[in-house]
Design a binder for this molecule. Structure first.
Ligand code: SF4
Length: 317
């Protein structure tokens, strides 16, 4: 295959690593095809191909596979087990290539390289790229080099998504106090927050209500500080970022309330949600959980957000 078409489903870790993955495959001479943004049809396809007790992001991911699979030579569904020494990905993410294979009778070749820092340490990138090089008949050394180089450059991808989605807090604080907008800290996993269809366009809706939505990717020091407050280190990747974001927002006087966007049927979120509510909100700041599944309607979510912001407006008036 001279320029194989690589399909990348626009779901789950796509929202964290899309820039890296797409640049990497283009660098290897592939044509990269990502599925379109989530819409009703994609979600319907996901639901049609799956079992009911999976979480919404995985069901949606399968919908992206369904719309991509006929148009590509290979499907890229990496198996991310650990991104660092201290945490694991959620089991549904680890088993994603297997779940996908089990849900579809016919698929193009699935490229499912393993990324496992806890097992391979510094060699994780080499292990990850080896099966990719083999599938594309490329030099393993050159493939690993290309990936490592891009990895060192492109981890700003998620941070950029946060920046685009939110008003910047420091800009808002430059506004005179009399016209100060209500600031809502929004926390959650990138694949829920930045998938506009799944999050019901939450950032825009909060803005439409006249409030300032704020989100962040916590720094390593903020994660470590948050972990000292709770009884046990959160060992799910992304779960600890959500917990740390909540901690930063609860202690920041510029934030008036916090919304936690999570998925129904998510084991890690039910655990971290409890920690956030019981252990971190020591100042009793207004806090709301938006648990989203395929039955959540735009109107239902928007009514709750509107009531939450109204309540904060009354308290802070
Ligand atoms: S962390 Fe939760 S939402 Fe994400 S894949 Fe796992 S179960 Fe689904």
């Amino acid at each position: 295959m001279k320029h194989p078409r690589i399909g990348i489903p626009r779901g789950l870790l796509f929202y964290s690593y899309a820039d890296l993955w797409m640049s990497f495959f283009r660098d290897l001479g592939c044509e990269v095809i990502a599925s379109p943004e989530t819409n009703a049809e994609i979600l319907k396809e996901g639901l049609r191909h799956t079992v009911s007790d999976l979480c919404l992001p995985v069901k949606t991911f399968l919908g992206h596979v369904a719309v991509l699979k006929e148009d590509v030579d290979l499907l890229f569904i990496p198996r991310h087990v650990s991104m660092e020494q201290e945490s694991y990905m959620c089991p549904k993410m680890i088993g994603l290539p297997d779940v996908t294979r089990a849900c579809f009778a016919h698929l193009p070749q699935v490229l499912d390289p393993l990324f496992h820092v806890k097992q391979f340490g510094d060699k994780a990138a080499d292990e990850f790229t080896r099966p990719i090089a083999k599938a594309l008949s490329l030099s393993p050394v050159r493939t690993a080099e290309s990936f490592r180089k891009l990895m060192s450059e492109s981890f700003g991808g998620t941070a950029e998504r946060y920046r685009q989605a939110c008003s910047v807090l420091s800009e808002d604080t430059a506004v005179p106090p009399a016209s100060k907008k209500i600031c809502i800290g929004i926390i959650g996993r990138p694949y829920l927050l930045f998938d506009r269809y799944l999050s019901k366009n939450l950032f825009s809706f909060v803005r439409k209500l006249g409030a300032n939505p704020v989100s962040l990717r916590p720094a390593e020091t903020e994660i470590r500080e948050a972990m000292t407050i709770i009884p046990k280190w959160v060992y799910w990747d992304m779960g600890k970022e959500v917990v740390a974001s909540a901690h930063v927002f609860f202690k920041d006087d510029r934030i008036d309330g916090v919304i936690n966007v999570c998925s129904a049927a998510c084991g890690p979120d039910s655990f971290t949600g409890d920690l956030i509510r019981k252990r971190l909100n020591q100042r009793n700041k207004p806090y709301m959980t938006l648990s989203i599944d395929e039955h959540a309607s735009d109107a239902g979510i928007q009514t709750r957000v509107e009531a939450f912001i109204d309540m904060i407006a009354k308290v802070t008036a």
